[in-house]
Design a protein around this ligand. Structure first.
Ligand SMILES: Nc1ncnc2c1ncn2[C@@H]1O[C@H](COP(=O)(O)OP(=O)(O)OP(=O)(O)O)[C@@H](O)[C@H]1O
Ligand SMILES: [Mg+2]
Length: 590
């Protein structure tokens, strides 16, 4: 049975390196015992634990329990008696210590025994955030949830220099958070110069919701984007054009042969490079010629005496299957010539149909059309980092119209291009200097194209983004991963993220997943995630002075992403509306 001085409002009952247990005898008095307390005491609030040396340990409340306990008190008559009381047990995780107004992360400076514990004061917490970083490193987009007068900065260099993730259930405020963070980044300027700063942000916008938030952005969609299909690697080309499940070797061999040789045929530069061109080399080639080649192979006939494959040209001349005749096989539709059918005769029909329907599919013009064949690497890059039509800090890639079957390779192609840009830029600098135009790639609904499971459908986008996750930082290419379903995202991606904005998260699988990512000591804070309000988040990681429960600043009303909740009841209360179906259908058919 404890013997406690009832006048002492709270005392520390145990101190571990990663946990402090506090028993509070009178919670109301405990909360009111300091003059400049922060807002309400709740999970995520800070406590201040002091020692005799003037050192204060700041700890964040992780859990809260009530225990019925007995204690001996001295009653009014001076006699000792037993009393049953509610003991409030707070478990808190030490974050760091304040000594001489300076905050240091880590909790081992406190001398034992601690002498006092109380809710952290407004002034102390303010000092921590204010003095945490040098003024030119501070980057702001949130305030402390407990007290909105306290701004919570992150170290902007550390925040953008490493990958970050924003996770939260639908409606928790992820899109608004991204919009606010990027709007602030675009507005940061070293001096008061006119014009754009040097930020380069690419948003993969799957629902077309960011245009309203970035009115000066470059908007790319399937009507104006040009993707160089010739930069697809062999795996991606096969994913797109071959029926991989049929596992047909003939198809694969002809496809490989046609593309490799057509790349050589189209290449007009250095001979020694030409000889090295292979299936994967990113140089231009012509899909119509590849198709023609396949059609000719499907027509091939054999001279049974000499056993040579032959065709008849339009001018009546006979040609055989030799390297020097590739140009004809690419450019003319020939007739098989011989007494017997060739090995591939009639075997490529499905493949040809597939190839033909893809090449002629108007919806895929942005990827397989003439412009895609001719676009240079330079122009392809420029369109994504704001140097093409008009200069712009933010490029929004509106993926909403991209046909599902090419979504993965579209994302992968753009990601690879941007990674290559960083890689070659660094190589060009040659002296180990950093890229002068560091890029941030933001993936909305990232679980869609970097899924955890090894599904073939998203293999290419997953590979491309995982590569950036692992190596991008060295080349000034970082990721912003946004997802409602963190547990469904590739672990490689998450394990490389250094900063997390965890918003309301209701699914237990997702909560557990995020919990695993946190240091053991902070795991319990995750219990808090289901009850967060829209716009509230747990800010964790290297760029923040200490883990903090924050409220993300709201976007200006006229610069919000167009993802706001629909006011159903308000709209339903209106009178019946006539719908202009024809105009909607026109949109569909555009
Ligand atoms: N910082 C904020 N403060 C107040 N309200 C906010 C804040 N952020 C978002 N909200 C509100 O929450 C709602 C949902 O926000 P948002 O669209 O950003 O959520 P989301 O997490 O991106 O959802 P989804 O996963 O469905 O895309 C909006 O109506 C918005 O007004
Ligand atoms: Mg959203």
């Amino acid at each position: 049975m404890d013997t406690i001085n009832p006048k002492k409002l709270a005392h520390v009952t145990s101190v571990f390196p990663n946990k402090v247990k506090i028993e509070v005898a009178d919670l109301t008095a405990f909360k009111e015992n300091i003059d400049d307390a922060l807002g309400d005491l709740k999970i995520g609030s800070y406590l201040e634990i002091s020692d005799d040396e003037g050192c204060k340990l700041i700890a964040i409340i992780e859990s809260y329990q009530i225990e019925l306990k007995e204690r001996i008190i001295t009653n009014e008559d001076g006699n000792k008696e037993k009393e049953i009381y509610n003991a409030y047990i707070l478990e808190a995780s030490p974050l760091g210590t304040i000594l001489n107004n300076e905050f240091t992360r880590g909790g081992d400076a406190l001398t034992i025994p601690p002498t006092e514990v109380k809710p952290a004061s407004h002034s102390d917490i303010k000092i921590i955030y204010e003095n945490g970083f040098k003024p030119d490193e501070k980057f702001l987009f949130s305030t402390l949830s407990q007290d909105e007068n306290i701004e919570v900065p992150v170290n902007g260099n550390k925040f953008f220099n490493k990958h970050f993730a924003i996770v939260g259930s639908s409606g928790s405020g992820k899109s608004h958070a991204i919009a606010k963070i990027l709007q602030n980044a675009v507005n940061e300027k070293k001096h008061n110069y006119e014009g754009l700063n040097n930020s380069h942000i690419i948003i993969f916008d799957i629902h077309n919701e960011y245009q309203t938030a970035f009115q000066n952005a470059n908007i790319l969609n399937i009507k104006n984007i040009i993707l160089p299909y010739w930069m697809l690697n062999s795996e991606e080309l096969e994913e797109l054009f071959l029926d991989t499940e049929a596992n047909d070797h003939n198809q694969r061999n002809v496809f490989k042969e046609a593309i490799t040789n057509n790349k050589k045929y189209c290449f007009k530069g250095d001979l020694s490079f030409k000889e090295k061109i292979n299936y994967d080399t990113p140089t231009q080639f012509n899909f119509h010629e590849v198709l023609n080649y396949a059609k000719n192979r499907n027509n091939e006939k054999k001279d049974s005496k000499t056993n040579t494959i032959q065709w008849k040209k339009h001018d009546g001349n006979i040609i055989s299957f030799e390297e020097q005749n590739y140009p004809v096989l690419f450019s003319e539709t020939l007739e098989g010539q011989g007494t017997a059918t060739g090995t591939l005769n009639g075997k490529l029909i499905n493949f040809i149909n597939r190839l033909e329907s893809k090449i002629n599919d108007k919806r895929l013009d942005f990827l397989l059309g003439e412009k895609s064949q001719n676009i240079s690497f330079e122009d392809a890059i420029k369109q994504f980092i704001g140097y093409k039509t008009r200069l712009s800090n933010v490029t929004i890639i509106d993926l909403s119209g991209v046909p599902f079957e090419v979504l993965s390779i579209t994302v992968s192609l753009i990601s690879k291009l941007l990674f290559d840009y960083g890689y070659f830029y660094k190589k060009y600098l040659d002296d180990g200097a950093d890229l002068e135009t560091p890029l941030l790639l933001v993936y909305e609904e990232a679980h869609k194209y970097v899924p955890k499971d090894n599904s073939a459908k998203f293999r290419s986008s997953r590979k491309a983004i995982e590569r950036i996750a692992k190596e991008g930082r060295k080349y000034g290419v970082t990721l912003g991963i946004v997802s409602q379903r963190p547990s469904e995202i590739s672990e490689t991606i998450f394990s490389q993220c250094n900063n997390f904005i965890a918003m309301r998260l209701t699914n237990p699988n997702d909560q557990n997943y995020v919990k695993k990512l946190l240091p053991d000591t902070l795991g319990n804070l995750i219990e808090n995630l289901p009850s967060l309000q829209s716009g509230e988040a747990l800010l964790l990681g290297e760029s923040i002075i200490m883990p903090s429960l924050v409220k993300i600043d709201k976007c200006d009303p006229d610069k919000q992403p167009s993802s706001n909740d629909v006011n159903y009841l308000e709209i339903w209360k209106d009178e019946w509306k006539n719908v202009e179906f024809d105009k909607i259908i026109q949109e569909w058919e555009k």
